[in-house]
Design a protein around this ligand. Structure first.
Ligand code: ADP
Length: 152
């Protein structure tokens, strides 16, 4: 079985992230979206809410599952017997950041990284931009693949 993980902070999960999954879904038997829990980073959108939003987004895809994790990403991949890590590339900054991580994951975990180039209509979206707009009360619904519940 070909399993891939898609790790990230997903604070929040955006249409850019959804686009990566939709491109990958026909290539793998199963995709595990891993929401990384970082004790040093306080989240803006609560993890439990984001987990529910992502689950709702992919409810039509039984082979796409979501799970929070707080271990090393290669250990999370090994836990799921995943040989592949999915990542998205928007620009050369993403590439420069991802390149050494992909090398170390290959050396230490024998895990290959699979990169998808973002569709141009989503290339400008980042979780940090969404947080900033939302913090100041702007409507971010066009940037997210699910509807935020009213209290957010
Ligand atoms: P991390 O904190 O691990 O970078 P993110 O949630 O920001 O987590 O991103 C997870 C993955 O999604 C990364 O590979 C990132 O490059 C990719 N990504 C983020 N935004 C977009 C986008 N708009 N289009 C495509 N890929 C994206």
């Amino acid at each position: 079985m070909r399993v891939a993980i898609f790790p990230g902070s997903f604070d929040p999960f955006t249409k850019g992230h959804e686009d990566i999954i939709l491109k990958a879904v026909s290539l793998f038997d199963k995709i595990v979206i891993g929401i990384g829990r970082n004790i040093n980073k306080k989240r803006y959108f609560p993890l439990e809410d984001m987990e529910a939003y992502i689950r709702e987004t992919f409810k039509a895809y039984p082979n796409v599952v979501v799970e929070p994790y707080d271990i090393l990403t290669i250990e999370f991949a090994q836990k799921h017997q995943a040989k592949f890590i999915l990542r998205g590339l928007r620009n050369t900054t993403d590439f420069d950041y991802e390149n050494p991580i992909a090398q170390i994951n290959r050396i230490q975990g024998e895990i290959e990284s699979v990169f998808f180039i973002t569709s141009p209509e989503y290339a400008f979206i980042s979780s940090s931009i969404v947080r900033e707009m939302h913090r100041y009360g702007r409507d971010v619904s066009d940037l997210l693949p699910y509807k935020l519940r009213s209290q957010q």
